[in-house]
Design a protein around this ligand. Structure first.
Ligand code: ME8
Length: 513
């Protein structure tokens, strides 16, 4: 039976244009989805937009439009960004879609009927920028007198009637979950943070608002709209057709991985499993938080406005170098400060030199000295075998790293092979073999390099889909032989290879010229 794999990104607030932070989580999830597809899994990859709540309503008012036209426009922009960055989502859910609204209301009805929801009044602090409630003990006062949450977002005092979810009933069961499923939250630092939050004991959660209208109406009480996080978390189920549990839900739920940013781990690792347990729905297997891209040390954010536009970078450098840089530069799960210089260095050194040049050197010699036909392999030396072994180990080794979201380790594993191949070509010097008339040995060396490059390009497809498709074309690998299992079938000797073309041109920075 085909194994399934379900991965999700957060659904992004449509209060402003997408930036590199959103592209980051989406590209990382895309790498995992593409990896599993190449490994033969039945994959469901979900992304989308979070369109309700006070923050979005305020942004619409500030833009001078009604909320629906505003969210239609910004959601289209997020979708466009995902497509441009080559994010291969299977569905793009929008929380203003009828299918989503219906699912939220149905879960609400069921939990209310089972006694998990009650009507009360909320009195406390709220940060619209975070769309989150805070306890007085979590706040600090800025020098200018403004009271702020730990995230730096200003808070305001809110008093209004509200429905509550009995979150306090779930403290022990959540702690038992973290204990029995140690992999439920990653990385470890985030797990500890969630544990210490839940160990303090949970208070009931306010899940409806009455002071504005832009949300999903509460069934049976139209004065209330649902708290935007209740609505947002439900996207993972509404996209799978909840409450129908037979179709996509049977095939793809529970999710294998919710990928999120570190600031929203609490919503995914505390509130969400509590809602699901109350509803008797199986829990996702893992929630993993990526770190933050900062600009001059501060989190890049739409609300702050210090952002880098991913599509502009893709226009300037190409989509793949941007995808590569984001996942190569910083250990996945940690933070990084955005650096244009860093991107140019990675592009020139690792893509143009290490990988691009290796392919170019190998393929141009085949074009020149083997009549453009893939040379057969003669007998292999220990040096040849060692390099081939290293390359053949990549799918399994990198797969294990990707399964624990160590994307940077997976890339490093591959670069070890690329660096070893560069040493190999220098050491074996096929150009010298040619001069010495050792044509057969020259052919074997080039063939070893083609076979190694084929492995490298195959496992790098999830990271750099367009460029690696080009490289596989040049290596003569047919379109339908690019999955991991295909690597067991050797390329036929003597096939004609297309004329090689550079894949990663070096970037000359006009700013530095
Ligand atoms: O929180 N660095 O939406 P959001 C790295 N709608 N990742 C970043 C980032 C940065 N500087 N900025 C944003 C929401 N991200 C909710 C989510 S889910 C049911 C609801 C990424 O538009 C990161 O994944 O504020 C973060 O969690 C997400 O975008 C937040 O996007």
């Amino acid at each position: 039976m085909t194994r399934s794999f379900t991965v999700t990104t957060p659904i992004y607030y449509v209060n402003g244009a997408p930036h590199i932070g959103h592209a980051y989580t989406s590209v990382a999830a895309d790498v995992m989805a593409r990896w599993k597809r190449l490994d033969g899994f039945d994959v469901f990859f979900l992304t989308g937009t979070d369109e309700h709540g006070q923050k979005v309503e305020q942004a619409a008012i500030a833009a001078g439009t009604d909320p629906q036209s505003f969210v239609d426009r910004v959601a289209a922009d997020f979708r466009d960004m995902a497509v441009r960055m080559n994010v291969s989502f299977d569905d793009f859910i929008r929380t203003t879609e009828p299918r989503h609204v219906a699912a939220c209301q149905e879960l609400w009805r069921r939990l209310a009927a089972a006694g998990h929801i009650y009507l009360g009044a909320y009195e406390g602090w709220y940060a619209t920028r975070d769309e989150a409630f805070y306890g007085a003990d979590e706040l600090t006062v800025r020098p200018d007198g403004v009271r702020v949450a730990p995230t730096g977002a200003p808070v305001e005092w809110v008093t209004e009637p509200s429905y509550f979810f009995r979150l306090s009933n779930w403290t022990d069961r959540l702690l038992a979950l973290y204990e029995s499923e140690p992999e439920f939250i990653g990385p470890a630092g985030r797990r500890n943070e969630v544990l210490s939050f839940v160990r303090q004991g949970l208070k009931d959660l306010s899940i409806s608002r009455t002071s504005f209208r832009w949300g999903v109406p509460v069934p049976g009480d139209p004065d209330h709209v649902m708290y935007v996080w209740w609505d947002a978390l439900m996207n993972y189920l509404s996209a799978l057709g909840y409450p129908d549990e037979t179709g996509l839900m049977a095939r793809f739920w529970p999710a294998d991985l919710h990928l999120v940013g570190k600031e929203i781990i609490r919503f995914h690792a505390v509130f969400w499993p509590a809602f699901l347990m109350a509803a008797g729905i199986p829990l996702p297997k893992r929630v993993f938080a990526n770190g933050w891209w900062t600009a001059d040390g501060e989190k890049m954010s739409k609300s702050i406005g210090n952002v880098v536009e991913p599509r502009a970078l893709a226009d300037e450098f190409g989509v793949d170098p941007v995808r590569f840089f984001m996942l190569r530069e910083v250990p996945f799960g940690g933070d990084g400060d955005w650096s244009r210089k860093g991107l140019i260095t990675r592009l020139n050194v690792e893509l143009a030199n290490d990988l691009g040049n290796l392919a170019q050197r190998t393929l141009s010699q085949i074009a020149r000295n083997c009549g453009g036909a893939l040379p057969p392999s003669g007998s292999l030396t220990e040096d040849d075998e060692a390099l081939l072994r290293q390359a053949r180990a990549l799918p399994l080794a990198m797969g294990a790293m990707i399964d624990r979201q160590a994307l940077h380790e997976a890339l490093e594993e591959c670069w070890k092979v690329i660096r070893a191949s560069n040493s190999f070509i220098d050491r074996q010097a096929p150009w010298t073999l040619k001069k010495q008339g050792e044509t057969e040995r020259m052919g074997t060396v080039l063939r070893v390099l083609v076979d190694v490059l084929r492995h490298v390009a195959t496992v790098l497809q999830p990271f750099m889909p367009e460029s690696m498709a080009k490289m596989l074309d040049q290596l003569g690998v047919p379109q339908d032989a690019r999955h991991f299992v295909s690597l067991d079938v050797p390329l036929p000797d003597g096939i004609a290879l297309p004329a090689p073309q550079g894949i990663f041109p070096r970037f000359q920075d006009p700013a530095a010229a």
